[in-house]
Every structure is written in C-alpha cells, then in structure tokens.
Design a protein around this ligand. Structure first.
Ligand SMILES: [Zn+2]
Length: 69
C-alpha cells in the first residue's frame, strides 16, 4: 500500500496518510514539490514513509485522524 506524508514547514508539522485518503490532493502526482519547502510525498510502504517523516525534521509528527494511517 502506498503511504503519503505531508510536510508543512510553515507549521513545523509532518502528517502520515494512507493512499486514497480524502485529504491527499489528487493533483500532487507529478507536481514539483520541493522537499525543503514541503509538500506531498508518496512512498511504497509504511516503513519508508515513517523514515521520511523522521528525516523531515519537523517537531510535530502526526498520523492522519481521518484515514488512521
Ligand atoms: Zn489521511
């Protein structure tokens, strides 16, 4: 299953989502999100998504309340 992380630098938060969560914008695919600016990033498994959350460097790490990733 694909997992998504949403990095929000402005609020110093990263959030984990499952694939097809209603909060994941469909238009992110192929977008030019910049890691350092933040944005949406997809990973092929939960382990890699969690590792990416660790590396995001935000002080707040959350799991989506909607999709319960
Ligand atoms: Zn979600």
């Amino acid at each position: 299953m694909t997992y998504w992380i949403h990095i929000a630098r402005s609020i110093d938060r990263v959030t984990l989502h499952k694939d097809r969560c209603a909060e994941v914008p469909s238009s992110t695919i192929g977008s030019s999100s910049d890691f350092w600016e933040g944005g949406w990033f997809d990973y092929p498994d939960k382990e890699r998504a969690l590792a990416a959350m660790e590396q995001a460097g935000t002080s707040d790490q959350r799991r989506c309340a909607l999709c319960k990733a």
